[in-house]
Design a protein around this ligand. Structure first.
Ligand code: SAM
Length: 292
């Protein structure tokens, strides 16, 4: 089967290119609110950040088919000593647009994960009470559902083609609420500065929540991890990405750069209006306080 993949360069606060109920599964990882390394100073304030999540969630609800799942990889964020309750706020936002909060999976990175500064080092320097700040090895994957899934809507043939390998499910602990998965290593070239999620995370979610030949959406596509895995698993995919400059990376990651397969790759540019794409240069200027 040939699959189709579409990147829409534009802001996912609008998904005007997609019609109602045209998507079977959504998986994404939004930018973390002003994360010290990746998104420092990008959003003017927390309300503005939550506004982006709310508009995206509303559009996601519209385009998702009845009964289907949105898996949101998100986490609370510590900025200048203050922890922002992003997970709790996102759950409320999703509930308000109509989703049912169904499950929470914790993604645990290996103990050696050192990307974000070692906060526990404060206590090592000052081994006294009140100097404790734990190192964070966890992120959440929040599972939301739109209405009720009709299991009879899938043909026997498609069910068989989408069958989950029980051995893999058991051996790799998919059945638990904690998934131990190695993060994308900080030095990896393709994902530099993108805060990509690992293939394995998306692989499990796509297998668990979509059928062969269906369409997976990632509203914050980044380096294209969702598109890459969807293609490998014979799902179609659509991704929104606001930074126009990422095309090259996405092409490379999805192997559309040099491949002669019959899979289809399409680029759409939304270069006008309020929700148009931006450039890396624009983001850099914004981070540096110049709004021009
Ligand atoms: C955490 S990264 C996603 C990484 C992705 N999961 C991967 O594996 O590469 C978030 C991405 O969302 C993009 N982004 C931020 N705001 C956006 C918006 N409003 N619409 C579309 N994309 C946006 C950022 O440019 C960034 O590439």
């Amino acid at each position: 089967m040939n699959t189709k993949h579409k990147v829409i360069f534009g802001n996912c606060m609008s998904m005007a290119e997609l019609s109602e109920q045209s998507i079977h599964f959504i998986v994404t990882s939004p930018p973390y609110f002003n994360a010290p390394f990746d998104y420092k100073g990008l959003f003017e304030n927390y309300d503005q950040y939550l506004g982006v999540i709310a508009k995206m969630a509303k559009e996601a609800y519209r385009v998702l088919q009845e009964g289907r799942i949105f898996a949101l990889n998100i986490d609370d964020m510590l900025v200048n000593g203050k922890k922002y309750p992003i997970t709790a706020d996102a759950i409320k936002i999703f509930q308000n647009v109509g989703f049912r909060y169904r499950d929470k999976i914790i993604w645990k990175k290996p103990d050696g994960y050192l990307r974000i500064s070692r906060r526990s080092g404060v206590l090592l320097k000052n081994p006294f009470p009140m100097y404790f700040y734990p190192d964070n090895l966890l992120e959440s994957i929040i599972i939301f559902q739109k209405g009720k899934f009709d299991y009879r809507s899938i043909t026997q043939k498609i069910r068989e083609k989408s069958k989950i390998d029980i051995k893999e499910f058991q051996a790799n602990g998919w059945y638990k609420t904690i998934w131990e998965i190695t993060n994308v290593l900080p030095g990896s070239k393709l994902e530099k500065g993108i805060a990509a999620f690992p293939d394995e995370l998306v692989y499990r979610l796509i297998k668990l929540f979509s059928y062969y030949g269906e369409t997976v959406l990632d509203p914050f596509l980044g380096s294209g991890t969702t598109m890459k895995v969807a293609k490998e698993l014979k799902r179609n995919s659509i991704g929104y990405e606001i930074i126009r400059d990422l095309e090259k990376i996405i092409r490379k990651k999805t192997n559309f750069e040099n491949e002669n397969s019959n899979d289809i790759f399409e680029i759409i540019e939304r270069n006008k209006g309020k929700y148009r794409f931006v450039t890396l240069d624009y983001i850099e200027r914004k981070k540096n306080g110049n709004k021009g």
